[in-house]
Structure formats: C-alpha cells, structure tokens
Design a protein around this ligand. Structure first.
Ligand code: FAD
Ligand code: NAP
Length: 538
C-alpha cells in the first residue's frame, strides 16, 4: 500500500483463468505484490463459463495443463484422453488451492476502467463494485474467447422460452428432457453440444449458417501406459512440444511431404489412419494442407466423403458438407456429430441461403416458416481476441483510448504490448500465436516473459516500458505477411473478426509458435529491442 487514498500494488491482473492464475503465482514468486480481479465467482475462466453439455478440451489432457511445476504435473491424474469441462475446472481449482492463489483474487468484480496516470507512472483501475486501486503494471489476462457474441436477432426479447449462450451456461445445468430445442450455430461449441442435447431433448432443430469440417475426437479413458510414459519424462515431453508449430502434438506422426506428391492410394490410407486415430493429427497428414488449395482439397474431399457416408439423408448430408478450406476456421473435433443427424428427433435448417428472419414468442422464423421451440441455445461464439479488452475503458498516455487506437484493428508489439500504453501487458494478445496453439503453453510463455520484464525494470531502476511505434508497425506487417503465405485469410473466421458485424477485418493471431518464442527471446537478449525503457521522471 502507498500513502495514496487507494491501495497501491505492483500489479493488477485482470482475469483468473489459466493466464491470470499463473501470472499471480509468478509475480508472487518474484516478490511483487499483485491483486487479481475476476468477473466470475470462481477461477478457471473459459472452463468456469462454458459449462454447456459436451464441453471438452480438444488438446489432449497430458498436454493441456501447466508445465511450470513438475510436482503439479506428476500428481494430477487425468481420466480421459481429452478432459471434459468439469475435470478442467477441478484442475484449475486444484492449482488455485495448491498455490494458495485465492487470497489475492477478488471475485465477482469486473474491471471497468484502467487509466494511465503519467505523472504518477501508475495505472488507476476501477471496478464495477466501486473499488479503485493503483498499480505500476496492469496485466490483461482477460481471455481470447471470453466475451459471448449474441447476434442482434429481431424479436429476441419477445421469446417466451428460455435462452442460453454456450459461453454463459447456467451452473445448475439445463434439463432439456421433453423440450423442443433450437440451436443456432455449428462451430466447435455447437458440434460438441448437439449430440448430447439431441440425446436428451424431445426435438432438436439445428440452424446452420456455415457447415464445418469436423474430425472424430476418439475420446476414451486415458491410456495408463501413455500416462506412465509421459510422466517418466514430462519435462522432455514438454520441451519437444515447445518446438511444435502449435506448441503441442509431438506424439502426432508428421509427414514432410506434399499431399500432391503422394500417390492417391497412399494418400487415402494416410487420411484414413489419421481419421481413425482421431484429433488434430488429421491436419498434419501433409506439409502443405494450409498453404496450397489443391492439397487442401484432397483432405477436404476426404472429410466430405465421410460426411456423405455417415449421414443417411442425402439432402442433409449435402447441407453439412463444407465448401471452404479445411483448417482455415478453427478445426472442430467431435463425438458422434454427423451421426446425430440420423436421429429422428433432429432437423437441420440452412440459414445461409435464407438468414434467420426473426425470433417470435414461440420460435425462430426462417424463409417465412416458424420453427416452434421451447428453448434456444446460442452457440454463436465470441467477440474474439480484442472484444473483452475493448469492453474495458483503457486509456494510455495523453488519454488515448485503446478503442480509438485499435479502430482499424489491433496493433501490438509481440501481442504483448501496444505503444502509448506503458506498463500495460496482454497475455495471448492479438499478434501472438495464442489461439493457434495449445493455449496453456502460450500462456506460460507470455507470463514468464512479462514477469521477467517486470523484474528487469525493477532491478535496473526503470519506471516504465513501452513499445515504440516503429517496432509495432513492423510487427503488425510481419503478422500479416505470415498469414498471407497461407490459406487462413480465405475463410469467414473469427480469427479475422468476420463473425462480428462492423469489426475491423484483420488476421489477428500470429502463425507459428517456435519462431515467435525465438523472437521474444531475441528482443530480451538485445536489451528489450523495440521498446523504450524510461527512468522515473523521464
Ligand atoms: P479465460 O479462460 O477466458 O479467462 C479470462 C478471465 O478473465 C475470465 O474468467 C473472465 O471472466 C475474466 N475477465 C474478462 N474481462 C474481465 C474484466 N474486465 N474484469 C474482471 N475479469 C474479467 N484452448 C486450447 O488450447 N485447447 C482447447 O481445447 C480449448 N478449448 C476451448 C473450449 C472452449 C469452449 C473455449 C471457449 C475455449 C477453448 N480454448 C481452448 C481456449 C481457452 O480460452 C484457453 O485455452 C484458456 O482457457 C484461456 O485462458 P485465459 O486465462 O487466457 O482466458
Ligand atoms: P464459433 O466457432 O464462432 O461458431 C459460432 C457459430 O455461430 C458459427 O457456426 C456461426 O456461423 C454461427 N453464427 C454466428 N452468428 C450467427 C447468426 N447471426 N446467424 C446464424 N448463425 C450464426 O463459436 P464457438 O463454436 O463457440 O467456438 C469459438 C472458439 O472457441 C472455437 O473456434 C475454439 O477456438 C474454441 N472452442 C474450442 C473447443 C474445444 O477445443 N473443444 C470447444 C468450443 C469452442 P458462421 O460460421 O457462418 O459465422
């Protein structure tokens, strides 16, 4: 505490998901005094909010976990190949207990303002509960997928039944038995929820705008031999994953060959093997699937054939077949998704040709026809990567607002900082690999970088660090140039902001984890290249 009227911390951390939890732990270890504000009533972030039926990780359990403590990774026992939401939330709570984190977390408290006070070289933070605190550093651990997107459907408030968003699911669960349910969306959340809701509800109508590719997850109880193998060499396993393009998957067989150079029969066998193995390894079948449209077509065509083979009704199968690039939207993993359309209680409605007209008290109207439902599930995604940060009134030097600075799209240096906003850090911000990786791996890398940076400022007597405009312009150009070498920008994805009307359309994440880590390390080795480090009063 300072002599100010407000409590004064070294750092305020916004958010208590995996990013905020580890940031707090790291800062405490380094002797900093930090406080976390969390809008929810508990830790876990994504896994606290997304409690929809079927919610599950699609990075394998032995990889989607912290690596920073060997004791932690040795003692925690996962039960399935991919952990379900309840298990991941238990894990987050275990971590919070084990490292005694909750005593510095203020729950049910949303940060609404963060203003930089130039004279005092501090951030003044205000919450929706009326608390005001000051801190030298502000760390946004607010999550890439934490602001639910609820499209502005005409008549929404007139609906007489219950409505739910997958990202804000009621803690007590929802009983769909005997109900007619409508679900809007066919992204990862919907693809996980649809089979589970269909098995429970009287009737399920799926409103699909863009069909999605999905690969079977092949979830199963975790293989004890695999656990023993990995635990026998966990640090080495993590180190190998660190060298992978997405920070995970070192056990997935790679193939440094073009899909177009392989004989058709071999290609078919390769795709089949990966389809049977399940998971993201399908997209590692060849080295050019995400850079060459013809190569990509071979994988896309394989999946379309599986859809047509699985779904009995040919018209429904055709509607479910995507025509875009496989992998340029976030790939989905499923358990019995396409099979669900063979159930007599499930219908698919195309809302690409005719968008949803309106919502009435009794249902959803498309092309003049009303689909009567008792409840509606919005699986309509998130205002991703920037949405949550921009909901906070963030102002840097000279009162510059982050919303104004990013009016044409996010501008960052390394996805960690933005010029004009000294001592403000983002974890997995736009311009970093974040959502294209195992996010816990990215989070750990960012947290370590930020904690080390704060330590450097302290030990060298600097009051502030700020990216230079030149460094961040070059960085944004680099992020775009890397994306432009791939097929990623060709789809209407949330990576590009295309799911939110009016949002600037720029490809937000950086492709490629290992070169990014090298760059972050080089920046430090070169004396925080691209940053200005200021002494007090300078
Ligand atoms: P979050 O977990 O989103 O936590 C951010 C926290 O900040 C939230 O609790 C939020 O309430 C809080 N917050 C935000 N704004 C404020 C504010 N103004 N004031 C106070 N608190 C605030 N990633 C993978 O790598 N693999 C997966 O398989 C995977 N599956 C996913 C499944 C779903 C359904 C979703 C939505 C995401 C998934 N992700 C996955 C991405 C996931 O978000 C990350 O893996 C990780 O959980 C992010 O942690 P985080 O702490 O950065 O953010
Ligand atoms: P999403 O991928 O953005 O999907 C949203 C869906 O809603 C899309 O099908 C979209 O159609 C549809 N939609 C949005 N607005 C609509 C409108 N006005 N009318 C009709 N349809 C509309 O969101 P999500 O499924 O929640 O997934 C978001 C991300 O969270 C994922 O990509 C992934 O990163 C993460 N996630 C991961 C997992 C996992 O790993 N297990 C599970 C869930 C989520 P269009 O495609 O046409 O826009």
């Amino acid at each position: 505490m300072s002599g100010d009227s407000h409590p004064r911390y070294d750092a305020v951390i916004v958010g208590a998901g995996f990013a905020g939890l580890y940031m707090l732990h790291r800062l405490r270890q380094a002797g900093f005094q930090a406080v976390v504000f969390e809008a929810g009533s508990g830790v876990g972030g994504t896994w606290y909010w997304n409690r929809y039926p079927g919610a599950r990780c699609d990075v394998e359990s032995m990889e989607y976990s912290y690596s920073f403590s060997d004791d932690l990774q040795q003692e925690w026992e996962w039960t399935e190949r991919y952990a379900g939401q309840p298990e991941i939330l238990r894990y987050a709570n275990h971590v919070a207990d084990r490292f005694d984190l909750e005593r510095d977390i203020v729950f049910d408290t949303r940060v609404v303002k963060a203003h930089f006070d130039e004279a005092g070289a501090k951030w003044d933070i205000e919450t929706d509960t009326g608390r005001t605190v000051a801190a030298k550093f502000c760390v946004l651990a607010t999550g890439c997928l934490s602001s639910a997107n609820l499209p502005d459907f005409e008549g929404l408030t007139s609906f007489r039944g219950e409505t739910y968003h997958t990202g804000r699911w009621p803690h007590e669960g929802v009983d769909f038995e005997g109900k007619r349910v409508g679900i809007i969306g066919t992204g990862s959340s919907a693809i996980q929820a649809i089979p589970v809701i269909a098995a429970e509800a009287r009737h399920l109508t799926v409103f699909q705008r863009t069909p999605n590719y999905s690969i079977p997850a092949r979830n199963a109880p975790i293989d004890p031999d695999l656990v023993a193998d990995i635990k026998g060499e966990y640090p080495a396993f993590r180190a190998r994953n660190y060298k992978e393009p997405a920070g995970f998957g070192s056990k997935i067989p790679k193939n440094d060959q073009s899909a177009l150079q392989d004989a058709e029969a071999n290609r078919e066998r390769n795709y089949w093997q990966r389809w049977e193995r399940g998971g993201f390894g399908f997209l590692s079948a060849y080295n050019d699937l995400i850079v060459n449209r013809d190569a990509n077509d071979t994988a896309a065509d394989f999946v379309r054939r599986r859809i047509r083979e699985t779904v009995d009704d040919p018209a429904t199968a055709e509607l479910l077949c995507p025509d875009n690039v496989i992998g340029c939207k976030r790939p989905c993993l499923d358990t019995g998704y396409f099979e669900t359309y063979n159930r007599p209680n499930v219908d698919l409605v195309d809302v690409r040709t005719n968008p949803i007209d309106r919502i009435t008290p009794a249902g959803i109207v498309v092309a003049g026809q009303e689909y009567a439902v008792d409840c509606i599930v919005f699986a309509t995604g998130f205002d991703a990567m920037t949405g949550t940060m921009l909901r906070i009134d963030i102002r840097g030097r000279g009162g510059l607002s982050l919303t104004d600075k990013w009016s044409a799209g996010p501008v960052t240096y390394l996805g960690l900082t933005t010029s004009g906003f000294p001592n403000l850090f983002m974890i997995s911000g736009p311009g970093s690999p974040s959502v294209l990786t195992n996010m816990i791996t990215s989070i750990e890398q960012h947290v370590a970088w930020i904690a080390d940076c704060m330590g450097h400022l302290r030990s060298h007597g600097f009051a502030a660090i700020e990216a230079t405009p030149g460094a961040e312009d070059d960085w944004v150009a680099h992020v775009n140039a890397v994306a432009d070498q791939t097929l990623y920008p060709t789809c209407n994805s949330w990576y590009l902001g295309k799911n939110i009307p009016g949002k600037p359309q720029v490809f937000m994440p950086l492709i490629g984890f290992p070169p990014y880590v090298e760059k972050c390390d080089a920046v430090v080795a070169n004396g925080y290249e691209g940053f200005e480090l200021r002494s007090a009063g300078a």
